[in-house]
Design a protein around this ligand. Structure first.
Ligand code: IPD
Ligand code: CA
Ligand code: CA
Length: 258
């Protein structure tokens, strides 16, 4: 049974998801602004975010809200972190790999999270101690321990986010695994690690709203989350390495070789 927080997140995400679906594939009617090279915001992002905030604030009027487009609204120690459309570039291009991401953080710990792809009607959720789920199916990370059989997700940097050595990281992982996927929604990528479709995922220079729900999903599905070098992940950490846990150390080593 879903905990009450997840029920409320589901209500908010499914309502706002209808707005997202309405604008999906309507690229000629979208107003698109570029925040920097490769980093876009559309009127749909803003509409979805406003709608999410309206529903969530009705139930949790005193919480602190951190959302990608509106920024921070200070409240009490409970934080709700929102990415209204994770995968905006996919959204603009009509690629149905997009999600609404909501997470609750209390005492610096992610306690509840949802990642919802309204186009495919896949509702991923997790609550601390309650496991990870996609709709009514329990999720488990994959069982693969041979890196050569593993498929690894990543987020390639672009524009200002390009960093030194990113090509060497890709080179190391490509040589050792069955391949890399750059799917374009870090939230869904992590949900896919939780569900065993991907065996691991890494990305640098990433924001809390992209990964907070996914961190909990991976952990509650039996996986491991850390910084790229294996150190403990915290909500201040702006990078992530997530895996089925069996290949974690090897990924750490490959990505730290540089
Ligand atoms: C982006 C996506 C992408 C990741 C970027 C994020 P946005 O979020 O999650 O997969 O590589 O780092 O910024 O801009 O589509 O919400
Ligand atoms: Ca995002
Ligand atoms: Ca976004």
């Amino acid at each position: 049974m879903q905990p009450p927080t997840i029920n409320i997140f589901e209500k908010a995400a499914k309502k706002a998801g209808k707005l997202l679906i309405r604008d999906f594939g309507e690229v000629e009617n979208l107003q698109i602004h570029s925040k920097s090279i490769g980093d876009f915001v559309t009127n749909a992002d803003l509409k979805v975010e406003k709608n999410l905030l309206e529903t969530l604030k009705y139930y949790y009027p005193n919480y602190t809200y951190i959302s990608e487009e509106f920024g921070e609204l200070k409240g009490d120690e409970n934080k709700i972190v929102i990415d209204p459309i994770d995968g905006t570039s996919n959204f603009i291009h009509g690629i149905p790999h997009v999600s609404i991401v909501i997470a609750k953080i209390t005492n610096d710990e992610v306690t509840d999270g949802i990642i919802y792809n309204p186009i495919l009607n896949e509702f991923f959720w997790s609550s601390k101690g309650k496991g990870s789920w996609c709709n009514d199916r329990r999720l488990r990370v994959s069982n693969r321990s041979l890196l050569s059989e593993c498929l690894i997700g990543t987020g390639l940097p672009f524009g200002k986010r390009i960093y030194k050595n990113y090509l060497s990281e890709i080179d190391e992982i490509l040589k050792a695994t069955a391949g890399i996927r750059r799917l374009g929604s870090a939230g869904l990528d992590l949900a896919y690690v939780a569900g065993g479709k991907l065996d691991g995922f890494w990305e640098k220079d990433i924001n809390l709203w992209d990964i907070s729900a996914g961190v909990l999903l991976v952990k509650e599905a039996g996986g491991k989350v850390s910084k790229i070098n294996g150190d403990k992940w915290s909500i201040e950490t702006r990078e992530i390495l997530a895996s089925n846990s069996k290949i974690h150390l090897e990924l750490e080593e490959k990505l730290s070789l540089l």
